[in-house]
Design a protein around this ligand. Structure first.
Ligand code: AMP
Length: 400
């Protein structure tokens, strides 16, 4: 069912309450990567260019103590947003009350306001994270309509995405997706629900336990499921192979056996690995085929695996990738991830999607992101989407 989007709304003269994902890294008041602020700009600009009043709110980190509030204020984010938009952004340092309401009532069409970190409400009984209905109702009272552009939190039911949306709808007000949310739903949704075949999933990263749901769901949808990264060796163990000191989840070996039985020849495992005696970039490494020798740990896929993976991927029309092929943070073990990423970039006929989290960091760090169709902004949210779960933040948006 298609969701209502911000372009379906008449925002002129309206107070447009907008949940954005400004959960950016901040250290001593200095913002690190501002990608998430940049990603929210199209929806904000659309709203103000069409004469709406943009009332923005977001969470930032986790608030457990009064002390956390000093580090996790959104004030520096308001400044960065103002620089990016090239116009003033009013920052309101509270999450409710007369100061906020007065500031909103004083807005002109085309103005932008950001209020304080929604998780400041968590100090007093987890009101935000616990989806306190009174809080959702209060925030809903601040706007004429609600736009949710925070895909990164769509897998959580919080007051600032689900509570507020439900309260808005109960008041007969519209709830729409922002452009970023729309894009995420389009690419992840099409890949999972209506993929062009051949559809190949590439799943890597450290832990099988994090990805079992995704592997299981995608085995039903994909033509091939390539497995790489640290979780490979739990599958090796399940096949009775030697794994040396490689990463393994002993309690997941049985699950890995079940996945192998279910997947049959749909599952493609690495045939060789780059191994070293220590988890260290500066020790000698070598390539081994199959079993991992005693005293060694596997830290990347080897060249034959890369070639085999490319062969599986070359005719793909849809590719979803989640999780690096090796310890990409260390240069000697980044090759598998780099080669797979570069190869995806050459598949001009395919929709290539990177599913958030560490894989997003990997493609960015390795400089292969520009050639891919879509890089998801949500780690946990994209994983849950790929598991086939309904995300509460998306479910709460009105249908068209
Ligand atoms: P995830 O968050 O599950 O996607 O895992 C990402 C992490 O897996 C990265 O930090 C990688 O360094 C790590 N990783 C990938 N391959 C291996 C491996 N063979 N051994 C240990 N860690 C790995």
């Amino acid at each position: 069912m298609a969701k209502l989007t911000v372009s379906d709304l008449d925002v002129k003269d309206k107070k447009v309450l907008m949940r954005v994902d400004f959960n950016v890294p901040v250290k001593n008041g200095v913002i690190g990567d501002d990608n998430r602020i940049v990603a929210a700009l199209p929806t904000i600009k659309y709203t103000i260019d069409n004469g709406g009043k943009a009332i923005l709110f977001s969470h930032l980190g986790r608030i457990k103590t009064e002390e956390d509030k000093k580090e996790l204020t959104l004030r520096p984010v308001a400044q960065r947003l103002s620089d990016l938009l090239g116009k003033p952004v009013t920052f309101v340092p509270v999450t409710r009350g007369a100061q906020l309401e007065d500031a909103i009532n004083g807005m002109n069409d085309g103005d932008v306001l950001l209020f304080e970190n929604t998780r400041f409400e968590d100090l007093d009984g987890k009101k935000e994270s616990g989806n306190d209905p009174e809080l959702g109702q209060y925030w809903a009272s601040l706007g004429d309509m609600f736009v949710n552009d925070a895909f990164g939190t769509a897998h959580r039911a919080h007051a600032s995405n689900v509570g507020v949306a439900e309260a808005m709808k109960a008041d007969g007000k519209k709830v729409a997706a922002g452009f970023l949310m729309e894009k995420e739903i389009k690419f992840l949704g099409e890949a999972v629900d209506d993929p062009k075949h051949p559809f190949v999933a590439i799943l890597g990263g450290a832990k099988v336990s994090d990805k079992i749901g995704v592997i299981d769901h995608l085995l039903d949808k994909a033509d091939k499921v390539i497995i790489g990264g640290g979780m490979t060796y739990t599958f090796y163990a399940a096949k009775g192979m030697s794994i040396g000191n490689s990463l393994v989840e002993a309690d997941k070996i049985d699950v890995a056996k079940e996945i192998l039985a279910k997947g049959g020849d749909k599952i493609v495992l690495p045939v060789d690995s780059v191994v070293a005696e220590k988890f260290d970039n500066d020790v000698p490494n070598k390539v081994v085929e199959g079993d991992i020798p005693d005293g060694y740990m596997a830290l990347d896929i080897g060249p034959k695996s890369v070639a085999e993976f490319k062969d599986v991927l070359k005719d793909a029309k849809t590719v979803v990738w989640n999780g690096p092929m090796g310890v990409f943070e260390m240069s000697n073990y980044a090759n598998g991830t780099l080669e797979v990423g570069k190869f995806l970039g050459t598949l001009s006929d395919a929709t290539t999607i990177v599913g958030g989290g560490d894989s997003t960091a990997a493609v960015k760090q390795l400089g292969v992101g520009d050639q891919l169709t879509h890089i998801s902004t949500g780690g946990g949210a994209s994983l849950e989407y790929l598991e086939g779960k309904e995300l509460p933040g998306i479910a709460a948006i009105s249908n068209k």
